[in-house]
Ligand binder design. Structure first.
Ligand code: SF4
Length: 323
């Protein structure tokens, strides 16, 4: 664990170091001196990630990206309390976004949380687990708990916590907040094994979804990004059946469907770092975005949507449209 000198003063640093008491602790100056060094071996680091505890300066949040759904909120932001992710999905644009694969956790979470205060005159959506998977790291960081605690005191603060983890138990004691959506990305087991290494199995994620729904949380299931191929269509259909056999469809808040898309710039990086067949597919390119050709995309969405609407009305389904 690398710790910025100024980060030692934060309670969160001390808590995390206690939880990781068998790790070597190395004091550093500014996290960027380590994290932004050129010529780091991203793939080698990903196999054995270090944790860097640091203090972030402003900005503490950014406007939501074009590639994600703003759910009709005028105020939609994401906040980077953690850089990089424990998981290692083949299609993740984090590969090459930073020169390091190590994880940076900013310990001054209260600065992030309180910086949003000025927007709270009207409903404001914050994606708190956007370029990372915060819930996967919750037992060390307690970050999701902090945000949920704050949201319970601010009527206009709406949160989305997106995850692939099976770690609902880390927040299971918290009273559900109707302004918070717990969003699980779900893929067929075949896709998980091929392209989502280190993530929990489909069944473990479904178990967590069942627990969260039964506890009373708004749960969004995101079957997104779907990877298109002839044999995968049936796997996605089967996944939808498996999901709805286990959850109470009436209680599901929402389901989203989308296929793989990415900025051309990130795809270039993916080709360099990921060595995954996903990077070399002949995508359509439009206005700096790569996605499957529209006819393929529409056919895939329609086939999976047909199965989804056997269980829930279309009004509960959101679809990412190809450009
Ligand atoms: S879980 Fe999300 S952020 Fe983490 S590696 Fe996979 S795609 Fe990237």
């Amino acid at each position: 664990v690398y710790v910025e000198e100024r980060a030692f003063a934060y309670e969160k640093t001390q808590t995390i170091l206690t939880r990781l008491n068998r790790s070597n602790v190395i004091k550093i100056g500014h996290y960027k001196d380590l994290f932004n060094r050129p010529n780091q071996d991203y793939r080698a680091q990903k196999e054995s990630m270090n944790l860097i505890l640091a203090v972030k300066e402003e900005p503490f949040f950014y406007k939501g990206s074009f590639y994600s759904d703003a759910f009709e909120y005028k105020n939609y932001f994401y906040t980077p309390t953690m850089l990089n992710c424990l998981y290692d999905c083949d299609y993740c644009y984090l590969q090459g976004m930073y020169s390091s694969a190590n994880i940076v956790l900013f310990v001054n979470s209260s600065d992030f949380i309180h910086s949003i205060e000025t927007y709270l005159d009207e409903p404001t959506l914050i994606a708190i687990s956007y370029d990372t998977d915060l819930l996967a790291f919750e037992r060390f960081s307690g970050e999701v708990r902090e945000w949920l605690g704050y949201a319970s005191t601010r009527q206009n603060l709406h949160l989305e916590v997106r995850t692939k983890s099976a770690n609902f138990s880390a927040i299971a004691d918290i009273v559900p907040n109707p302004n918070v959506v717990l969003a699980w990305t779900l893929s067929p087991q075949d896709i998980i094994e091929k392209y989502e290494p280190k993530t929990p199995s489909a069944q473990k994620r479904i178990d967590a979804i069942v627990q969260a729904i039964e506890a009373g949380w708004n749960v969004r299931v995101c079957i997104d990004p779907m990877i298109i191929s002839d044999q995968e269509v049936n796997n996605y259909r089967a996944l939808v059946h498996t999901l709805f056999e286990q959850i109470d469809a009436q209680k599901l808040y929402q389901l989203t469907l989308g296929t793989f898309r990415m900025s051309s710039q990130h795809l270039k990086q993916l080709k360099k770092y990921a060595h995954t067949p996903l990077a070399f597919y002949p995508y359509s390119v439009k206005e700096g975005t790569v996605s499957y050709p529209k006819s393929l995309n529409d056919a895939m969405i329609s086939k999976v949507l047909n199965v989804v609407t056997e269980y829930i009305p279309k009004t509960k389904v959101r679809i990412w449209d190809a450009l």
